[in-house]
Design a protein around this ligand. Structure first.
Ligand code: THU
Length: 161
């Protein structure tokens, strides 16, 4: 017998940054601003991420590339590992991700890679509280997810060990 199972993920598409909450706008703008600090001389693909913690503090991260390509790291993980190291007692409440190409001002759709999704899952599980996500989407729109499960169904967690 085969049972067909439907998996439900949900997300919202917000028409523009202006239609986000004030807090969300702040985090999104910080993520966009962070692209200026991306170190991406090989891909010229500038990724900026920003995070709001439970104490209201704001943090930024960018992709950091390396001449030995695999030694570089995505913006999301640069940010998450830095914050995880320095503010282990805070929860990570809201993360925004943006991308643009060098010498271009418009932002492209941003989509965290699989490895970053797994790291997001780890921190959300660690804090036991959903992490909200904002991702730049087509045409100035923003995708809003309420939890990492909506970005990484079937996530691998410590419960499987
Ligand atoms: N990159 C990120 O920073 N985040 C992602 O989620 C996707 C990819 C970076 C890695 C590399 O520096 C560049 O984008 C091209 O892959």
């Amino acid at each position: 017998m085969t049972e067909k199972v439907q998996l439900n993920i949900s997300y919202e598409v917000v028409s523009s940054i202006a239609a986000l909450t004030d807090q969300e706008q702040q985090v999104m703008h910080l993520a966009q601003q962070a692209t200026q600090n991306a170190y991406a001389p090989y891909s010229n693909y500038l990724v900026g991420a920003a995070l709001m913690l439970s104490d209201g503090s704001l943090h930024q991260g960018t992709n950091q590339e390396n001449a030995a390509y695999p030694s570089g790291l995505c913006a999301e993980r640069t940010l998450l590992f830095g914050v995880g190291s320095n503010f282990p007692d805070q929860t990570m409440d809201l993360l925004a991700v943006t991308v643009r190409r060098r010498h271009e001002t418009h932002f492209l759709p941003a989509c965290p890679c699989g490895a970053c999704r797994q790291v997001l899952a780890e921190y959300q599980n660690r804090q036991g509280k959903p992490m909200k996500l904002l991702m730049q989407a087509e045409g100035g729109k923003i995708i809003r997810l309420q939890q990492v499960e909506d970005l990484l169904p079937f996530m691998f967690t410590k419960d499987q060990l």
